[in-house]
Design a protein around this ligand. Structure first.
Ligand code: 4AD
Ligand code: MG
Length: 462
C-alpha cells in the first residue's frame, strides 16, 4: 500500500512494484470500454489518475457507475505518461468500492463559493482549496515548533482556564458549571461552590502571556502555542472568538531583541512553507492571490520597516480623507490605517513602536516620556496587524502604579508581582495570531476559511 505523496516523491520505486491505493473519487469519466478516475487520498495536494479497462478488472460496470465522493481501494501498476498533464497514472487490475456516495453529495465538481463551503465545514477539507489551506496550517504549526525548539526555547502549556485578564479588555468567556444550584459537592474541601466551581470568577484565557512570563523567569526563553478566546463583538474577516496564538517570552531582552526575534521567526516560517509546500503555494498563487509568491519571496530577502506610532499618525493624517475612521494621536489604528501603512507607505511588513499608554495593556514598559509604552505591532500587507508585543514593565513600583491607575486589583495578580520581586529582569515577548499568519501565507481573505471549524459571533456549529 502506498500513498500518493510517496508515489510523487519516488515514482521509480513505485513503478517497480504493484500498488494499492485507497482514497476518494474526485471525478469519473467513462469512455465505453475504459475510463478514468481521479483519486485523492489526502496524503498529498494532488490527485492521481487511475485508468480502468473492461476485461482488466472484474467489476467494470460497477466502476463506471461510481460517483464523486465515493471511497475506493485500487490496485495496479504505475505507468509513466510523458507529455500528459500528469507525469504518471495507475493502470488498475482491481478496484474495490468501500463506500458509495449519493448524487446529492454537496461537493460535485464545480466551483463553490467560500460562503457556501462554510456551511459544510465538515466536508470542505475535501476540496482543493481547503486541502491546501489545512495542509499548510499543519506545516506552519510544525515550522513554528521547529523554529523555537532549535533555538532552545522551552514549550510551556499555559492554562486555558484562568482567573486573570491579560489584555484587560474584559472580552472574556466566563467558565461556570452547568447548574449552579446543584454544584458538585465536595464535603472534604471547604470550597464555596455557590460562588463558582473554582471559588472565584474564572474565564477562558485571552493570552498565555502572564503565565509564560513566570516560566520565562525560570527557563530564560519560552513559548506557548495554544488556543485563546476572545468575546470581541467584532464581526470582521480577521477576528475569531477562538483562535491560536504563539507567544514567545525572553528574559534579559528588550524591545529590539523582541522585534528581531519576530522578524526571524516570520521569515523562517515563510521559507519553510515555500520549500516544503511548493504545490500548495503554486495553487494559492494561481487561484487565490496572484502576487503571493513574488511578495513572500521578496519579504524573505528584505528587512522589515520600522516606524514610531507618532510618525505613523503623521503619515496617516496627510491622507485622512481616504479613511473611514479618524486618525488622531492617542487613538488605536484601524485595519484600514494599518493596511495603508504596510501596503502603500512601506510596501512590506512594518513594525510600529511606541504606542500611547492609554490604548495598551497594563504590563507594557513605560517609556521615559511617560505617555508611550515600549510596545510593537507588526503590520503586514494583505492582513494588517499580525503580531502584538512589548517589553514588559519589570520595575515593581512602575507596574503597581500603573495597575492602580487602571483600576486593576493587585491582589489578583500577587503572583505576577512576585516575579518582579524575586530576581526580576528586563524581558520581552510577543503574540503571533496563528490564523492571521495563515491568511498572510495563503492569501485567504477570511479568518473563517483558515480554521477547520470557525467560532465567530453567532457561529459555533459543528
Ligand atoms: O495584540 P494582542 O491582543 O496581544 C496579546 O494578546 C499579547 N498578550 C501577546 C504577547 O505579547 N504575548 O494579540 C496578539 C495577536 C494579534 O496581533 C493578532 O494577530 C491575534 O493575536 N489576535 C486575533 N486573531 C484572531 N482573532 C482575534 N479575535 C484576535 N485577537 C488577536
Ligand atoms: Mg494587538
Amino acid at each position: 500500500k502506498m500513498t500518493i505523496k510517496e508515489i510523487y516523491k519516488n515514482p521509480k520505486d513505485a513503478a517497480a512494484n504493484s500498488i494499492r491505493l485507497a482514497g476518494w473519487v474526485r471525478t469519473v469519466r467513462d469512455l465505453k470500454t475504459f475510463g478514468f478516475i481521479e483519486l485523492n487520498d489526502g496524503s498529498f495536494f494532488k490527485s492521481l489518475q487511475i485508468v480502468f479497462e473492461e476485461g482488466k478488472i472484474s467489476n467494470f460496470k460497477e466502476i463506471t457507475r461510481l460517483t464523486v465522493g465515493a471511497s475506493i481501494i485500487a490496485e495496479g501498476t504505475l505507468v509513466e505518461t510523458p507529455g500528459a498533464k500528469q507525469p504518471f497514472e495507475i493502470h488498475a487490475s482491481k478496484v474495490e468500492v468501500e463506500g458509495e456516495c449519493p448524487v446529492q453529495y454537496p461537493l460535485q465538481k464545480k466551483r463553490h463559493s467560500f460562503e457556501f463551503l462554510r456551511t459544510i465545514s465538515h466536508l470542505r477539507p475535501r476540496t482543493n482549496t481547503f486541502s491546501a489551506v489545512f495542509r499548510v496550517r499543519s506545516m506552519m504549526a510544525y515550522a513554528i515548533h521547529k523554529f523555537f525548539q532549535e533555538k532552545g526555547f522551552v514549550y510551556v502549556h499555559t492554562p486555558i482556564i484562568t482567573g486573570s485578564d491579560c489584555e484587560g479588555a474584559g472580552e472574556m468567556f466566563r467558565v461556570t458549571t452547568l447548574d449552579m444550584d446543584k454544584p458538585p459537592r465536595d464535603e472534604q474541601r471547604e470550597v464555596d461552590f455557590s460562588k463558582d466551581f473554582f471559588g472565584k470568577q474564572s474565564n477562558l484565557t485571552v493570552s498565555g502571556q502572564l503565565a509564560a512570563e513566570a516560566y520565562c523567569m525560570a527557563f530564560g526563553r519560552v513559548y506557548t502555542f495554544g488556543p485563546t478566546f476572545r468575546a470581541e463583538n467584532s464581526n470582521t474577516a480577521r477576528h475569531a472568538a477562538e483562535f491560536w496564538m504563539i507567544e514567545p517570552e525572553m528574559a534579559f531582552s528588550d524591545l529590539n531583541d523582541d522585534m528581531e526575534l519576530a522578524e526571524e521567526m516570520l521569515k523562517f516560517i515563510i521559507k519553510y512553507i515555500l520549500d516544503n509546500a511548493a504545490e500548495e503555494m503554486e495553487f494559492f498563487n494561481s487561484f487565490i492571490d496572484k502576487g503571493l509568491l513574488d511578495r513572500l519571496n521578496g519579504i524573505v530577502k528584505s528587512d522589515f520597516a520600522h516606524v514610531s506610532y507618532t510618525e505613523a499618525v503623521e503619515l496617516l493624517e496627510k491622507e485622512k480623507n481616504i479613511f473611514q475612521y479618524p486618525v488622531e494621536w492617542g487613538k488605536d489604528l484601524q485595519t484600514e490605517h494599518e493596511r495603508y501603512l504596510t501596503e502603500k507607505v512601506f510596501g512590506k511588513p512594518v513594525f510600529v513602536t511606541g504606542y500611547p499608554k492609554d490604548i495598551k495593556a497594563f504590563y507594557m514598559r513605560m517609556n521615559d516620556d511617560n505617555r508611550t509604552v515600549a510596545a510593537m505591532d507588526l503590520l503586514v500587507p494583505g492582513v494588517g496587524e499580525i503580531i502584538g508585543g512589548s517589553q514588559r514593565e519589570e520595575r515593581a513600583d512602575f507596574l503597581e502604579k500603573r495597575m492602580e491607575d487602571m483600576g486593576i486589583c493587585k491582589d489578583d495578580y500577587w503572583w505576577y508581582l512576585d516575579l518582579r520581586k524575586y530576581g526580576g529582569t528586563k524581558h520581552s515577548g510577543f503574540g503571533l495570531g496563528f490564523e492571521r499568519a495563515i491568511m498572510y501565507m495563503t492569501g485567504m481573505q477570511n479568518i473563517r476559511d483558515v480554521i477547520p471549524f470557525p467560532r465567530t459571533a453567532g457561529m459555533a456549529e459543528f
